[in-house]
Design a binder for this molecule. Structure first.
Ligand SMILES: [Zn+2]
Length: 64
């Protein structure tokens, strides 16, 4: 089952869409912005989330 959630890149902090279980997902997805691998627990496809303002993310708030 495909699951989508939103969170910041752990490296460059841009808003990302984490799409789990979709075609093209991988256990070692690369951030589309900084090209660093992001650690995930399920196969995930990363997409830059331009639909949300980056100022909406507060430090630590999305990590819980
Ligand atoms: Zn990044």
């Amino acid at each position: 089952m495909a699951t989508a959630w939103f969170g910041p890149c752990p490296h460059c902090k841009i808003a990302l869409s984490y799409l789990q279980g979709v075609t093209g997902s991988t256990m070692t997805p690369l951030c589309p912005e900084c090209r660093q691998p992001v650690t995930v627990t399920r196969a995930t496809l990363l997409m830059a989330d331009h639909s949300r303002p980056s100022t909406g993310w507060k430090s630590g708030d999305a990590q819980r």
